[in-house]
Design a protein around this ligand. Sequence first.
Ligand code: DGL
Length: 266
Amino acid sequence: MGRRVGIFDSGVGGLSVWREIVHQHPTLETCYVADQAHIPYGSRSAAAILEHARGIVRYLADNACSAIVVACNTASAVALRPLRAEFPHLRFVGMEPAVKPAAFSSRAKVIAVLATPATLDGELFAATVDRFAANAQVIRQPCPGLVEQIETGDTEGKVLDPLLHRCLQSALDAHADTIVLACTHYPFARRRIQQIVGPHVQVIDPAPAVARQVGRVVAASPGATAAHEFCTTGSASEFERVARRLLRQPLRARALRWDEGRLREA
Ligand code: DGL
């Protein structure tokens, strides 16, 4: 099994998973694809999300990736199972809403899950709640506008706060003591979320667990040098600007374009 890992999301959100993966596995080679031509995935049909995910996986496989991280809860909810069936030679790691650890550690047995409508409406979410949180009150909270705001790279500003207050109100009203970030964009707003809900509320980002899973799937090769590629179906310069703000490090990106369901160099 090679060391090159493909990682994708609809936009910059998956970088919250990417940073955890490279933190835990500093010698991994990665290729990140942001499908910004189609963002947000969260309000698209399952068929459309699967079609985009399929095109991205094909591109990553053609570019020497043998393991794929679906760094998007929405695409994982909709497409992970069909992708595994369609690409049996690839290893997949997907996002799963961290309902299990949340239900386990919540003392109040009231948890709030922040996610896109497609994730909250999906079978994976329903099954996870049935299986692991039957004894808890689970608040399903879509966060309209939050993905779009994080895509601007401004996670401090005046626009973010009212958005977050709206998203967190039901959780606060219900005295939830645990909040699950079930969209990979949201960890970039984690600091503000924690400030709003207060220190006694636990905020769970599943990225560290996903990165550990990547370590189990991809074999170690000590001494290898890390190399990271970033691609977007949107504007490469805009991706670079926003990623630099979110990750606090510079990176180079290149543009890809969609051509009848296939990704090509722009
Ligand atoms: N970052 C994504 C997720 O985890 C998708 C956001 C979107 O495109 O709606 O759900």
